[in-house]
Write a protein that binds this ligand. Structure first.
Ligand code: AMP
Length: 243
């Protein structure tokens, strides 16, 4: 019965569409600060309708709320250190349970330690999901430093600009909401170098963790966005993660 139905091209097409829409697209983005993970996650979000979950953004929201926890987080983040696992994991678990993450998600900035990767794995198993692919974005330090130290963010709506590459119409003012643009303390060279040092030490075990699972692909992130994004899509297609 099933096979005779599936031989009907019209019904088969509908079935294929339903399966595609119901399927998951669970990605992890890894890479040093400045490789552009957030930019590509945003574009995939728009194209596939799945949320970008950035632990950096979740932590910044907590800071914005003015809570006691937020004050502690601000000091840790401004120093370039990683926020303790128990705080990040708790926030992440709460976020991943929201309805919009049912269809899939792009994790940007999580997991950053081996302990976080293991927690994510058991969380996936519990909910009968899996991480489809881990994209490791790579670019030389010199390129990344120029990108990061030139980055400016809107205090009001969070839009990101760059003093050379993505300039606002009026210097220091957001095009979207007229908010004031500022340089995040963690985008200053000293903090960046500290974060990179930590990255080497703490995030590399995360790469080994996913290498063992054969889930990692490398993406050359030194090129222009217009070249990198199509390359991501090509990679997802070649791994049969998207059709
Ligand atoms: P990001 O916006 O991803 O560059 O994150 C900014 C800062 O938030 C980092 O330098 C860390 O202090 C903190 N942070 C973000 N994600 C994590 C994480 N998964 N584990 C620990 N700290 C994090």
């Amino acid at each position: 019965m099933f096979f005779s139905i599936m031989q009907n091209p019209m019904i088969f097409k509908t079935f294929e569409l339903i399966v595609f829409q119901a399927s998951f697209l669970n990605l992890v983005f890894i890479g040093k600060q400045g490789v552009g993970k957030g930019t590509y996650a945003q574009r995939l979000k728009t194209e596939f309708g799945i949320p970008q979950i950035s632990t950096g953004d979740l932590l910044r929201e907590e800071i914005k709320s003015g809570s006691e926890l937020g004050k502690k987080l601000e000091a840790i983040m401004n120093s370039g250190s990683l926020v303790p696992d128990e705080i990040v994991i708790k926030m992440f678990e709460k976020r991943i349970q929201q309805g919009d993450a049912e269809k899939g998600f792009i994790l940007d900035g999580f997991p950053r330690t081996e302990n976080q990767a293991k927690t994510l794995d058991s969380l996936m198993k519990k909910t009968r999901k899996k991480i489809d692919l881990v994209l490791n974005f790579i670019a030389p330090d010199k390129v990344l430093l120029e990108r990061l130290t030139g980055r400016r963010q809107c205090r009001q709506c969070g839009t990101i600009y760059h003093i050379k590459n993505v300039r606002p119409k009026i210097d220091g003012i957001c095009d979207k909401c007229s908010g004031q643009l500022y340089q995040r303390d963690d985008d200053k060279e000293e903090a960046i170098r500290k974060r990179w040092g930590l990255y080497e030490k703490q995030t590399k075990p995360v790469l080994s963790f996913y290498k063992k699972q054969k889930k990692i692909v490398e993406i050359d992130a030194s090129k222009e966005v217009s070249e990198i994004y199509p390359n991501i899509i090509k990679t997802l297609k070649s791994k049969k993660i998207i059709g």
